[in-house]
Design a protein around this ligand. Structure first.
Ligand code: ADP
Ligand code: MG
Length: 734
């Protein structure tokens, strides 16, 4: 078998060896040359440009300074605070720290060394000029750089450049072409093990020299031509050692495209396969129940609701299983859509279940749908963890004999002893809170020979690019219109100094008959964090709003379901003026008379979460307010978040921004699901345009050849089989 250079262990690269190879394996998960080549820089340093010392700031990611050594101080021995005198017979093992003061004519800066001191000391002689590179930090009101990379400054010919020899970390060998140098992900361990940025650059050069020739093109000719993509060899060479900016851009575009293209191809192929193979329950009519409900609606449906219901209807009568994600901002009227969808199943002789993530929400759904079901005569029931045994038995029986048409519940619905007569539809609210396991358990309950139709509803707006990827194999419907007459929620940012004024405002609102939410991020004070805890908050509010006349209810995650229900009910029924809560009320809770949402330590919440919370008010006819309380000192990012919240109520806009700021991995609600494959170079937050192009390309390929069996698509087939493109199954909901 011919030795493939890409499979060669990295320990055989010059300067690596078994020990460093092990380190690279552990820290970067690369063990072969092929893997190393596919480890891309995450940024580039322009080695031809320098920062003036006077312009250096501690918040810069790095500085590159060209400066002369002015003097050197050594500290150590008995008292580390005192500079030690030094001489030729200095014992370097007693020196703990060396400060090298350098100057470039605009100012002086300190370069600090704790290790390798003797070696540096012998070279950084006063008067010589070097290039220093590293992360600046503020120290005692000055800026210093700890353990900078040091290179001799490029010198005019007649001077003797200082030679750095026999030291792998500081070899003065020039790197190949271009002025931009790649910077790779690193760790403390790598640095301690001598794998500095420069060493990585050298390794990469060696890896390319050995391995690049073996790399085969991963995209077919017709796609490269159509989308103007550079060949893989050019891309890999230039992603590590860009010849110039233009080449780097081409390389990046090509590699991002490749990654996103295969991701989409993989997702879409699953979807194509399923839509061809998977049978679904045919539900040809809307039925009596649907019509009765529709005719007695107290309001006309919005255009968006109508459109979505049509999309759902088409799925349900198609004979294929529906797998649809319904996205709609808080208050957009998803419940209505859920009810009508459930009634279609009923009208065709099937049962439907509506599953919610919490008991509070399940109850609320159950309560809300009663008024819509009343004119239909369809029997519904509620099943949660705290349903009593007798109740439970009755519900089980009703599901088994089919007398219960619609069952609303929590996880309790997926217990083994829950059996349906003929489950035809599963509606899942807030899908992020359900695991794959739990969901698949639900469809296994189908007893009609085909899996039930699935409608997943989420109020967490997901940016389009992310939805296309997270749910690339689902169909997506969006309710992008709020019911008419909704008043905008005025959002106000306030700091501690305004608390008195805020309490006055709250009293005014209460005297007008309104109710107020106060939400805290934490349940108990944690030592390190000075955030206001719920407990402290309760005390504070109890003092400012004494009983009588004010009444307060409390709901938090550590209460039992009964306690929560009791307190929530009290608030919903108007028996309390203020509901103090942790973010358990985030989803779904509907109290139209509540007109003020106060969010304490708002800087602790992500944008999507803030938006969800705000969506709890503005549901009634009164003008509503959201007050974001924060500390005085805010990070740039928190400040941006708060400003955005005050500026817009559009959930999709906020979600886009959230994704830009935090990256898709951290997006509210998506943490559990993560991404279906890990992206190496493309970013869903930033590469929306490339993603669109890649998606189009993938669609075109599959439209033409859904099974990828034509000759020209053999390469695609082969690539798709690589581990990297094997999609984890969480996004599959059937
Ligand atoms: P979501 O679940 O999407 O957050 P809901 O379904 O709870 O929103 O609807 C919010 C409120 O709007 C409910 O009180 C509901 O009765 C009402 N609603 C729903 N659709 C309409 C409509 N087309 N016109 C007027 N009000 C509506
Ligand atoms: Mg809802």
């Amino acid at each position: 078998m011919a030795q493939n250079g890409l499979d060669t262990d990295i320990q055989f690269l010059p300067g690596v060896g078994p020990k460093r190879a092990e380190l690279l394996r552990k820290e970067l998960s690369v063990s072969t040359i092929g893997e190393l080549i596919r480890l891309y820089p995450f940024r580039y340093i322009d080695k031809s440009s320098f920062v003036r010392i006077a312009d250096a700031r501690p918040d810069m990611a790095y500085v590159q300074i060209r400066a002369r050594v002015s003097h050197v101080e050594l500290y150590g021995g008995a008292s580390s605070k005192e500079a030690v005198s030094y001489s030729d017979n200095l014992k370097f093992n007693t020196v703990r720290r060396m400060s090298v003061w350098v100057s470039d004519g605009t100012g002086e800066m300190e370069m600090v060394f704790f290790k390798g001191i003797k070696w540096m000391y012998d070279r950084l002689k006063p008067g010589l000029e070097f290039v220093f590179f590293g992360k600046p930090a503020a120290f005692n009101g000055r800026i210093n750089v700890v353990h900078p990379e040091v290179d001799p400054a490029p010198q005019p010919q007649h001077q003797n450049p200082p030679q750095f020899q026999n030291h792998p970390q500081n070899s003065a060998q020039p790197l190949p072409e271009g002025t931009m140098t790649g910077v790779y992900q690193s760790t403390e361990r790598l640095k301690n093990g001598g794998v500095t940025g420069k060493v990585m650059n050298k390794l990469m050069e060696a890896a390319l020299a050995k391995g690049l020739g073996y790399v085969e093109e991963t995209l077919p000719e017709h796609i490269m031509r159509r989308y103007g993509l550079v060949p893989i060899h050019f891309a890999l060479r230039n992603i590590h050692f860009p010849k110039d900016m233009a080449s780097l851009e081409k390389a990046r575009y090509r590699l991002k495209f490749e990654e996103l293209f295969y991701l989409q191809l993989s997702l879409l192929k699953q979807k194509y396969v399923r839509s061809r193979e998977e049978v679904g329950i045919r539900m040809p009519k809307v039925g009596e129940a649907f019509n009765r409900c529709y005719e007695s609606l107290p309001f006309p449906l919005t255009g968006a609701q109508k459109r979505v219901i049509t999309e759902i209807r088409d799925d349900m009568k198609s004979g294929r299983q529906m797998n649809r994600l319904l996205q709609g901002d808080v208050g957009s009227g998803k419940t209505m859509v859920a009810v009508l969808t459930a009634l279609i199943a009923i009208g065709n002789g099937f049962q439907a279940c509506i599953m919610a993530p919490t008991e509070v929400l399940a109850r609320q759904h159950y309560k809300n749908i009663q008024k819509f079901l009343a004119p239909t005569g369809v029997k519904s029931a509620l099943l949660t963890g705290s349903s009593r045994v007798a109740e439970r038995r009755e519900v089980h029986a009703g599901l088994e004999d089919g007398s219960i048409g619609i069952i609303v519940g929590t996880h309790a619905l997926i217990e083994d002893n829950v059996q349906f007569r003929n489950l035809g539809l599963a509606i899942i609210d807030e899908q992020h809170r359900f695991g794959v396991e739990q969901r698949s358990k639900l469809w296994r309950k189908a007893s009609c020979g085909a899996p039930p139709h699935v409608l997943v509803m989420t109020a967490t707006p997901i940016p389009r690019t992310l939805a296309m990827t997270l749910y690339g194999d689902l169909d997506v419907s969006v309710i992008d219109e709020l019911p008419p007459g909704r008043k905008p929620v005025q959002t106000i940012h306030a700091t501690e100094g305004k608390r008195g004024a805020m309490y006055r405002f709250m009293r005014d609102q209460i005297s007008l008959g309104r109710q107020i939410f106060v939400v805290y991020p934490l349940i108990f004070e944690t030592e390190k964090l000075d955030y206001q805890s719920l407990e402290e908050g309760i005390e504070q509010i109890a003092k400012a709003f004494p009983f009588p006349p004010y009444k307060m209810a409390v709901v938090h995650g550590k209460m039992t379901a009964d306690e929560k229900k009791f307190n929530m009910d009290a608030f919903a029924a108007g028996r309390a003026d203020i509901l103090v809560a942790t973010s358990v009320i985030e989803v779904g809770v509907d109290v139209p008379n509540a007109s003020v949402m106060v969010i304490e330590s708002a800087e602790r919440f992500g944008l999507s979460q803030l938006h969800q919370l705000r969506g709890r008010v503005g549901r009634g006819s009164e003008k509503s307010y959201c007050v974001l309380m924060t500390g005085h000192k805010l990070s740039k990012e928190s400040k941006h978040r708060i400003e955005l919240m005050c500026a817009t109520e559009n959930g999709f806009e906020l979600a886009e921004e959230d994704m830009k700021m935090r990256g898709p991995g951290d997006l509210e609600g998506t943490q559990q699901s993560g991404l279906p494959i890990s992206l190496n170079i493309a970013s869903l937050a930033k590469d929306g345009l490339i993603l669109n192009a890649a998606r189009m390309a993938a669609e075109a390929v599959l439209d033409d050849d859904p099974t990828l069996s034509s000759d020209r698509n053999q390469l695609l087939r082969k690539e798709l089989r690589k581990d990297k493109y094997q999609i984890k199954d969480y996004s599959k909901i059937s």
